[in-house]
Design a protein around this ligand. Structure first.
Ligand code: UDP
Length: 381
């Protein structure tokens, strides 16, 4: 049987983890993949640069937020109807539509039905409160159970949350994200040191890096609180409010000033050179306070050969074995995070051993090739 031609649908034009994962999948499928974005942004440029055919069908209100906690407004639904007509027309010459987010899934489901094409859903969210409201979860699960031929979950945790919410287990395949190691291996020690100095980190200061969009559930505030307990430790904090969380970004600045750590926190804004930033640090911190569906940044920290400390919830324990390939701490536990950072600072041989085991594990287990193979198999069966 010929491999399927796939039309991916994503609601976001900005670069979140879901979009960066789709970029590698679509690029690997070559001529068999095309992408429709429901909002314009830097994601379109990246797809074009990787040679992926991409079109934008702007959806206005519905595309503007990452995750709906309520049911969509009527105006947004009208937008969706207009978009789905155009999307259905684009679906005419593919074998399957594949939605890359919960919001895209609703639109793609209607378009697939209209075009008479099967539908798959890349499930990259924990479908449960507090990430999503109860009605939102029920609507998504009902739609998946009745309209989707396949649900491709990015972790066992996202799969289990779907099934716990009433999703049909037979629909689900778990395919972990994979990340290319090459850009991490290409960063020299000199480049990492130059980056560190460019950010104003004093030589010799133990430094952690945290990468991710700014959002209260991503836990940047937890890292700042931990830093206040760790005199002399610096933090590189990369990311931006991708989906309108500007007030939270301002609050982080004020929090750093209030805690007296502002001179030790290096906010970089959103950066497209994650590998060098991670290698500029001595350790990598993931501090999500809600269960993380997967957590690409954890694998990236491992690929950068840095010891990773991560919040023990959601898909994270599928990536990190505590004390072996990284350190796990309870989500939102400032004291535990501070203690974990101090333990890496104070025992460098142990930190180096964890980093090496993490680097080997990530290279073996979270490859782009395995992710692409898993998705192709899931779409073909
Ligand atoms: N990222 C980035 N630049 C930044 C902040 C984050 O390139 O300034 C990337 C990061 O390297 C990772 C992704 O954004 O690949 C975030 O993915 P993750 O799964 O950690 O979180 P999500 O955004 O999907 O919630």
């Amino acid at each position: 049987m010929a491999p399927p031609r796939v039309l991916f649908v994503d609601h976001a034009g900005v670069l979140g983890g879901a979009e960066l994962s789709l970029l590698d999948v679509a690029a690997a499928l070559g001529a068999r993949a095309r992408v429709v974005l429901l909002a314009d942004g830097p994601f379109r440029d990246l797809l074009e640069r990787r040679g992926v055919p991409v079109a934008v069908e702007p959806m206005g209100a519905l595309a503007g937020v990452r995750k709906a906690t309520r049911l969509p407004a009527p105006g947004a639904l009208l937008d969706a109807v207009r978009v789905l007509r155009r999307l259905a027309a684009r679906a005419g010459d593919v074998d399957v539509l594949c939605a890359n987010s919960q919001k895209a899934f609703v639109v793609a489901a209607l378009a697939a039905w209209r075009a008479g094409r099967p539908l798959a859903w890349m499930l990259r969210d924990i479908l449960a409160p507090p990430h999503f409201s109860g009605p939102n979860v029920r609507a998504a699960v009902l739609l998946a159970n009745t309209r989707s031929a396949r649900v491709i979950a990015n972790s066992r945790a996202t799969a289990d949350a779907f099934i716990a919410a009433g999703g049909r287990a037979a629909l689900v395949r778990v395919v972990h994200n994979g990340i290319d190691a090459a850009p991490f291996d290409a960063v020299s020690d000199d480049a990492a040191l130059a980056q560190r100095r460019a950010l104003g980190v004093p030589d010799g200061a133990f430094t952690v890096a945290m990468l991710g969009r700014f959002h209260p559930w991503k836990g940047q505030q937890v890292l700042l609180d931990a830093l206040a307990r760790l005199p002399g430790v610096h933090a590189i904090v990369a990311g931006a409010p991708l989906f309108g969380e500007d007030a939270f970004a301002r609050e982080l600045e004020s929090q750093a000033v209030r805690l007296g750590v502002r001179d030790r926190v290096h906010f970089t804004g959103f950066r497209d050179d994650a590998p060098v930033l991670l290698r500029a640090a001595d350790a990598v911190v993931h501090a999500s306070v809600y269960p993380e569906p997967f957590g690409r940044v954890i694998v990236e920290g491992m690929l950068a050969r840095r010891p990773v400390i991560a919040s023990n919830a959601g898909g994270v324990p599928e990536i990190v074995e505590d004390g072996v390939t990284g350190l796990l701490v309870p989500p939102g536990d400032v004291a535990a995070l501070a203690a974990a950072i101090a333990s890496l600072r104070d025992d460098r041989p142990r930190a180096a051993a964890i980093a090496e085991r993490g680097a080997a594990w990530a290279r073996e287990r979270f490859t782009v090739a395995a992710m692409v193979r898993g998705i192709e198999e899931a779409l073909a069966t």
